[in-house]
Structure formats: structure tokens, C-alpha cells
Write a protein that binds this ligand. Sequence first.
Ligand code: 5GP
Ligand code: MN
Length: 344
Amino acid sequence: MKIVLSDILKGKKRIALSGHVRPDGDCVGSSMGLYLYLTEQFPEIEVDLYLEKIPASFSIISRTEEIRHTLSEETAYDLFICLDCGDEQRLGPFAPLLRQAAHTVCIDHHVSNDAFAELNYIRPEASSTSELVYTLLEDEKISKACAEALYMGIAHDTGVFQYSCTSPETMEAAAQLLRKGIDGSEIIEKTYFEKTYIQNQILGRALLESMLVLEKQVVVSVVSRKEMEFFEAVPSDLEGIVAQLRQTKGVEVAIFLHETDTREYKVSLRSKGKVNVSSIAQYFGGGGHVRAAGVTMKGSAHDVINNLLRQITLQLKRGIEEKDRNCYGKWNSERIQRKRIHIP
Ligand code: 5GP
Ligand code: MN
């Protein structure tokens, strides 16, 4: 059901907004876009936005310094709007906002979203939550600052208007936002393509250490905590690595793991279309989209990868022989030996 903003705002004095943990471009773009619109158009309503720390490059968006990173004492809002978040758990430290608000709304485009709020506006076919937010706003009331935020979100979740989720409606929304006088190419350059030296180094490392498995249909790479410490990288520095892996000619699926704790990995999955990675992520407790999904899994990297490969094999239904299925372990040990020789 499409929601009508003026209806859900009726009689509300205090509103909280939030999105998923480790906020990405669409999460920040959609929540900042709505935050800016609400505070500009409804000054009588108190609006607070809660998100975990955002990547430094996103501070190009106006008023990101107003984002709250910790919960305040008073978490019982009249209305809570959850953006770009597929399930309650993904709200992380801000989940109490959902539980304690008098009314709740969810705006999202994850196919795995199980409609956990009171009112749900979920469109898996939409490119991004930012595009959905755009459809809820009155065009003539969208400020330049709001347009910049929404444009960033749309650009990020479409891989700069390239992924198959980019529809004519997406391009129309982006065109309208550009008409607000924003510098679209600067937003894309500064928030999407520009990388710090550290980000490029860890990307290089992940590409160098990547391996092809399942008859070269899957590319896998792992970054350990030790490597992250060595390169002084933080999790948001890893953004974009899995997208680059997916570009590998001939592969159907890219798997990227980074170690978050002892025997715990954050998994990013990307597909070119044959494999539904959302259903694989959901099988292990995560979620996402058909071609881009994620999950946190326990165990050694080897176990995590083998468990994922088993599910991918089931989908590919290619009757891959057992010996090929086990090539990860063999390849990995050879790789470690080569590393010792070549990198002192
Ligand atoms: P990424 O691999 O970039 O972290 O995430 C890809 C997509 O999957 C994003 O849309 C993200 O919101 C979703 N996603 C990533 N990790 C999780 C997770 O642990 N649970 C759920 N439900 N979705 C996830
Ligand atoms: Mn999104």
C-alpha cells in the first residue's frame, strides 16, 4: 500500500527516523532526504534522525552533523519511520524506537522485508528506498539539499544507474532531482567513485587474494581483522569491493567476507541474475535483494564459504563434482604458501 505523508503525519508532534546498521548510500540518502523535507516543510514537528556513524564522504549532504548516533533518554515517539531496513534486527541499537513508538511506518525495497511495521510501503522492484521516498514527496516542495540526498541514494543503489533495478521511473525521479540545480556528477564522484588510499589498498588486497571456485562461476575473497588492522581500514572502507569482484568476466556470483569477530564474518553476496542471493542470505538469517544481499555468519571463513557454496550449487544445479566443490580448501592452502614466498 502506498502511504500518504500528510495522513501519517496528522497529529504527530515527535517523529523519529532510522535506517539499517552500517548505513550505506541509500540508507543515508533516503533518511536524510526525508529528514530534510520534514524539518523544512513541517517546522512544527520535532524530527530526530538516528543512524550509526556514516562514511566521511557522505557529509557532503547538508545537515548530516545533526544525525544522532546514540539513543536519547526519551525514545517513545509519536511516530517512527524506518527506512531501507529489511528487518527489525537490522535497526541495531535503534530497535527500541520501533518497539516504543505509538505508530510505526516502514519504507523499503528489500525483497526479504516481512512487513514488520504497522504501515508498510515496500516495493522490491524499486531501485532504492530513496526513489520510494521521492514518490512520497511533493515535487515543488523538494529543496536542493533534499534533492542531493535522494540523488545520492538512487545513484548508490543503482551502481550509478547501471544495475537492472534502474527503471524508467528511476531515471525520471533522478531527472526531476537534477532539475533542482544539484551537481549530480560531483555527488557521484565524491561519494561513490572517490576512494581513500586505504580503501584502494584494501580493495587491491581483496582482488589479489580472490579465488575462482565452482567451475569459475563464483569468485570469493576474504579480509581478516588482522589485514584490516594492518591497512588501518574500517568496515565502511570495504564498500564497493564485492561490486568489483562481481565484474569478473564469467562469474555468476561474488562472495566477499570480512571478519567482524572471532569466528564471525559479515558476508556480502552479489549475483548477475542466475542465482537469487537474497534467498541464500535469508537461509542463513540475513536478507537483501535478488542480486545483492548480506548476512552475518559464524564459523571459520572456510566453513562459511563452503556453506554458502553448497546453497549456490543447489541453485546453479550444474551437477558439479565433489572434487571441484572442495577446491576452495586446496586452493587456499596453495595460496598461503605462495604468499609466504612472495610477500615478506
Ligand atoms: P551489503 O552486502 O552491501 O552489506 O548488502 C547488500 C544488501 O543486503 C543491502 O540491501 C543490505 O541492506 C542487505 N543486507 C546486508 N546484510 C544484511 C543482513 O545481515 N540482514 C539483512 N536482512 N539484510 C542485509
Ligand atoms: Mn537500499
